[in-house]
Design a protein around this ligand. Structure first.
Ligand code: PLP
Length: 262
């Protein structure tokens, strides 16, 4: 039996590549026990999102209160929240339950271009949720949106933006450089204490990248209680994602952009 319970608070992806479904697969792959609080349903295939049905904020909180009054939770991954109301309600419940190991993946727009967070909710994410995050894991477009700045175009710019994101309240920021050009994908980890860290991985030549952000953030959450520090959890989560990308071609989940392989 696994000693660790990890919770995903996120949206459903029926195609199995991202969202709750990806998170639960990653939790199992890292030998933890996965739990989930669903914030939204999407209608989705490898070709994109055709609809979003959000759960009312009070019922998201009801799920959290019921679960957290019973189960001990060792880390939390927060993904798609959909609306400003759900974002604020989840932030409040995280605080009330004193949850630790909170990894926030600020999901805003899917790779297919479909919006997964109302534009008006970015403020709630910034002001209510980020101060409660132990680790924030934005990609370059998400970092730019959160800071209301242009996207970073090089490593120097990424380091500077990661430090500006720290000022919004998270204890640590992992800014993911996957959208930059180059043979390697480099992510920057910064915290208020301690030196900056960089993590490089070879860029895997595949178009099947659906679910990469979900898989990385949920893998980090699952590894946090099992590694000596955040940097070690990030390094192992990134290695796991690289392998999942290498094996992505083995899955035939539809005719569009396929998922990474857990
Ligand atoms: N659907 C859901 C429910 C998600 O949480 C995410 C996560 O970011 C996505 C879709 C988008 O996945 P991707 O951008 O990797 O295609």
């Amino acid at each position: 039996m696994s000693a660790y319970n990890i919770v995903s608070i996120a949206g459903s992806d029926p195609s199995g590549g991202a969202g709750i479904q990806a998170d639960l697969k990653a939790f199992s792959a890292h030998r933890t026990f996965g739990m989930s609080v669903v914030t939204a349903l999407t209608a989705q295939s490898t070709r994109g999102v055709t609809g979003v049905h959000t759960v009312p904020a009070d019922f998201v909180v009801h799920q959290m209160d019921t679960l957290f009054s019973d189960a001990t939770v060792h880390a939390v991954k927060i993904g798609m929240l959909g609306t400003a109301e759900v974002t604020a309600a989840v932030a409040d419940a995280i605080g009330r339950h004193g949850l630790r190991g909170v990894v926030v993946d600020p999901v805003m727009v899917a790779k297919s271009g479909d919006r997964l967070l109302e534009a008006s909710a970015v403020k709630a994410l910034r002001t209510e949720l980020l101060p409660r995050a132990d680790l924030l894991t934005p990609n370059l477009p998400e970092a730019a949106d959160l800071l209301d700045e242009a996207e970073a175009t090089d490593l120097e710019g990424m380091r500077a933006q990661a430090h500006r994101l720290l000022e919004l309240g998270p204890r640590r920021v992992l800014l993911k450089g996957g959208h930059l050009e180059g043979g390697e994908s480099v992510d920057v980890l910064v915290s208020r204490e301690g030196p900056d860290r960089e993590f490089s991985a070879p860029r895997v030549p595949t178009r099947n990248t659906h679910g990469t952000g979900c898989t990385l953030s949920s893998s980090i959450a699952a590894l946090l209680p099992q590694r000596p520090d955040t940097a070690a959890a990030v390094a192992d989560a990134k290695a796991y994602l690289t392998e999942a990308l290498r094996r992505a071609g083995e899955i035939d989940a539809g005719g569009g952009q396929g998922p990474v392989h857990h």
